[in-house]
Design a protein around this ligand. Structure first.
Ligand code: SAH
Length: 236
């Protein structure tokens, strides 16, 4: 048996196995067909074994054209949305990227293939632990995952060239805007039932924001929110 780490770092598509075939088909029919063009993004999507990021009972649907449950009431985004959001970040390879909402770790793995370093925050500890273990097994060495409330960003590691948020707040958290580099870019779904995916560029005179796609993400929650199931941090 080939270890996944060796297989991933070799850049081999594992030509011939059923998952690789499904992955090539996913990129062709769901992602390229809808207009995603960045060759590096397409290559990462062809390479990252998405089926290893979903629960066993969802594996048969890993390459289907929709989001999937990953436990704790959360979801892994539809492949097209992962590709689209990643392309919007315009990564060239040298960036330090912050992700809020690690979930399964799939988006983090895609980012890690395209940027220098990924910092990812997940509010549900069991998901953060699962994603960290998964990325470790896959040999992804340039992604760091912590459990915590991403509203505050990651001040110790700021600023970031790119920030991607994969849960939807009602408003853009100000600490995240502050943690963008001068020419940095953020991609974030904003809203309640109806959400818009926003691309926010930091410019010399402030922030420029545009809506690029109607989307449907799980809600951005805060520690201690009654409905989130995420407890408040105990004071030491
Ligand atoms: N990017 C993920 C998809 C995550 S779904 C993937 O590739 O699988 C959104 C995630 O955001 C959920 O796991 C949810 O627990 C998390 N989340 C919601 N609010 C958060 C917050 N304030 N800080 C960090 N994570 C948050």
């Amino acid at each position: 048996m080939v270890t996944v780490a060796g297989w991933l770092s070799s850049g081999c598509h594992g030509a011939g196995d059923e998952e690789s075939r499904q992955r090539l088909e996913m990129v062709r029919s769901q992602i390229e067909a809808r207009g995603v063009k960045d060759p590096r993004v397409l290559e990462a999507m062809r390479r990252i074994p998405r089926h290893l990021f979903v629960p066993d009972d969802q594996r048969a649907s890993a390459y289907s054209d929709h989001p999937l449950p990953i436990g704790s009431g959360q979801t892994i985004s539809q492949p097209y949305i992962v590709a689209f959001m990643t392309e919007q970040l315009g990564l060239k390879g040298g960036e330090r990227v912050l992700e809020i909402g690690t979930g399964s770790g799939y988006q983090a793995a895609v980012l890690a293939a395209l940027a220098r370093k990924v910092y990812s925050i997940e509010i549900r500890k069991e998901l953060a632990d699962g994603a960290r273990e998964r990325l470790g097994k896959l040999g992804v060495a340039n992604a760091e995952i912590v459990a915590g409330d991403g509203y505050r960003g990651w001040p110790e590691e700021a600023p970031f060239d790119a920030i991607i948020v994969t849960a939807a707040p009602e408003r853009v958290p100000p600490p995240l805007l502050e943690q963008l580099t001068p020419n940095g870019r953020m991609v974030i779904p904003v809203g309640g039932f109806y959400q818009e995916l926003k691309v926010i560029d930091r410019t010399p005179d402030g922030f420029r924001e545009r809506s690029v796609l109607p989307v449907r993400f799980v809600p951005f929650v805060r520690e201690g929110d009654a409905s989130s199931g995420v407890p408040s941090k105990k004071m030491p």
